[in-house]
Design a protein around this ligand. Structure first.
Ligand SMILES: [Zn+2]
Length: 310
């Protein structure tokens, strides 16, 4: 009877894939409660949600993806690796949809053209966010970024057709948060990497983390450029950004979490590389880190760093 119920829940996957899914979820529950919560909150949302905004416009949303649709469940290794992407993508889904759920129980007056989101940063840091400013698209930054500072995600988020265009600063923050949670999941899974790759876990773990740990510096750079450009050229937008509980506070919260994660990662790699008996040779950072770090340390961002209390 139990098998029949599970097959109904996961009609597209076989028994071994289903057991890989149950295996990773059990480990997430024990080791990575935030990524587990993100998947659960999203999974419990209905397929369709709607509410009427203050300007009488009915706004609807529909679940774009199934909760586990970004997983490769063929093996434990592929399940472990693909879950980082799955958490990233479902985090976007939660940010976009859970706001509708909140409006059901605690409606906050706003117009249909405001940018609405639900930023789940941790169990105790959540922003139900309504952004009322007129954002500019992230593509504006292409005129401000010198060629030498073009990094691997530039094409997707600065030139490409992602939510960073239509939602500007909020789209960039949504990406930063999704990268944070996908990365946090892989970080939390160190004990599972040890069981899945007993003879090479540190290389595999660092390989799995290096690129998305580096993503922090790309988004930190772009968001600081965005804030600086808004400060100089769009004072009204900038005053929306720095309002209490608005984009700047969201940035500060995600940034703090991501920075803490990076320092724990760096500490763990030091400790683990002293313990292992096999050869460890994986680059700690992606090459984009070396492109950006000097620029981020220049005086150019002093006024923004002051706002971030850095
Ligand atoms: Zn994304």
């Amino acid at each position: 009877m139990k098998k029949i119920i599970l097959l109904l829940l996961f009609p597209a996957i076989g028994i071994s894939q289903e057991s890989n899914l149950n295996w990773i979820l059990a480990h997430m529950k024990d080791n990575s409660i935030e990524s587990y919560t993100i998947l659960n909150l999203y999974d419990n949302l209905p397929q369709n949600l709607s509410y009427t905004a203050s300007d009488n416009v009915l706004i609807r949303t529909t679940k774009g993806s199934e909760t586990y649709s970004y997983l490769d469940l063929l093996s434990k290794k592929s399940t472990l690796k693909s879950m980082a992407t799955n958490v990233h993508e479902i985090c976007h889904g939660l940010t976009g949809m859970y706001f509708f759920n909140e409006m059901d129980s605690n409606y906050i007056a706003h117009d249909s053209n405001n940018i609405t989101s639900y930023f789940f940063i941790s169990e105790d840091i959540i922003y139900v966010s309504i952004f009322r400013g007129d954002v500019f698209p992230s593509s504006v930054l292409k005129n401000l970024i010198p060629e030498s500072l073009i990094t691997s995600r530039y094409e997707t988020y600065i030139l490409g057709d992602s939510s960073t265009q239509e939602e500007g600063i909020i789209g960039l923050l949504d990406e930063l948060n999704a990268y944070y949670h996908g990365t946090k999941f892989s970080f939390d899974m160190l004990p599972i990497y040890k069981t899945v790759y007993p003879d090479n876990y540190l290389n595999e773990w660092v390989m799995g983390l290096q690129s998305t740990m580096t993503a922090y510096y790309e988004f930190d750079f772009w968001i600081k450029e965005y804030l600086l450009h808004a400060k100089i050229n769009y004072p009204e937008l900038f005053s929306e950004i720095i309002k209490k509980g608005s984009a700047l506070d969201i940035f500060i919260s995600i940034r703090e979490k991501y920075k803490t994660l990076i320092s724990k990662y760096s500490e763990s790699v030091k400790v683990e590389s002293g313990k292992i008996k096999y050869y460890y040779d994986t680059e700690f950072w992606d090459s984009d880190y070396y492109k950006l770090i000097d620029r981020l340390n220049t005086d150019k961002y002093n006024s923004i760093n002051n706002l971030l209390s850095l």
